[in-house]
Design a protein around this ligand. Structure first.
Ligand code: SF4
Length: 234
């Protein structure tokens, strides 16, 4: 949770491009932390990762995929059996229901293959825009930028967006990030949010973006700055 007020104005395109270059240099091996061997495993892992850490999901999915190695197998699972395996990921009733239902749809409507189109992905149980973006970018190498809580916060603090909703933020980011790097930019912002630009207090003195960041410069001038109102997704 962060309550540091976000900048009210976006930074210039040139500064944004410089920030992106630094992020790319800082996180050269950026990739999803969710363990997976194919689109099916990634999709299920992303659904399980809602409100849960990637580490916890990675501790859970090997057992799940050993028992249910394909969508067809998971489609036939008893939800209670699935719940037992995924319980530690939280919201396990809904998640079990969704991953079984999504697997059934994949088996019945898509011939057992996870679809590579956004509309088809978003028609699956438990799959919204963010989950579809993660799967498109990481399983199919399609240009897609996913806005999670880290991306939302870090993009705001850097002045890359003033968007009020995840979709607004996605629009601002995709207007400045080169299309072929949309998936990578998602990872840069997530990694930066986890390691340095943390909520509630960012570690600006360790941040390579400090000289280009409106929030960092403001906090540097006034470290005891009072906390302001929060925005959505924080
Ligand atoms: S300078 Fe501070 S607020 Fe800005 S991106 Fe870095 S850690 Fe975040």
């Amino acid at each position: 949770m962060s309550s540091i007020p976000f900048p009210k104005r976006k930074i210039s395109r040139n500064v944004a491009l410089e920030q992106l270059m630094i992020l790319e240099r800082t996180y050269p091996r950026a990739q999803t932390a969710l363990g997976h061997r194919n689109p099916y495993e990634l999709l299920i892992a992303v659904i399980l990762s809602a409100q849960c850490t990637d580490v916890r999901v990675n501790m859970t999915t090997p057992t799940l995929f050993k028992k249910y190695p394909t969508p067809e197998k998971l489609a036939q699972a008893a939800p209670k059996d699935v719940e037992r395996i995924i319980k530690s990921c939280g919201f396990y009733h809904a998640k079990a229901r969704n991953i079984v239902a999504a697997s059934r749809e994949i088996a019945q409507r898509f011939g057992g293959r996870v679809p590579a189109q956004r509309e088809a992905l978003e028609s699956l149980a438990g799959v919204g825009r963010k989950t579809a973006s993660v799967v498109l970018a990481n399983a199919f190498d399609e240009p897609a930028l996913a806005v999670d809580t880290h991306v939302f916060r870090v993009a705001h603090r850097l002045g890359l967006t003033t968007g009020k909703t995840p979709l607004d933020v996605e629009r601002d980011l995709t207007a400045v990030v080169p299309r072929k790097k949309w998936g990578l930019a998602t990872h840069w912002l997530i990694l930066h949010g986890r390691a340095i630009c943390k909520a509630p207090r960012p570690l600006c003195d360790r941040c390579p973006l400090l000289a280009l960041c409106p929030t960092g410069k403001r906090l540097e001038k006034n470290p005891a700055q009072p906390r302001g109102p929060r925005r959505r997704m924080e």
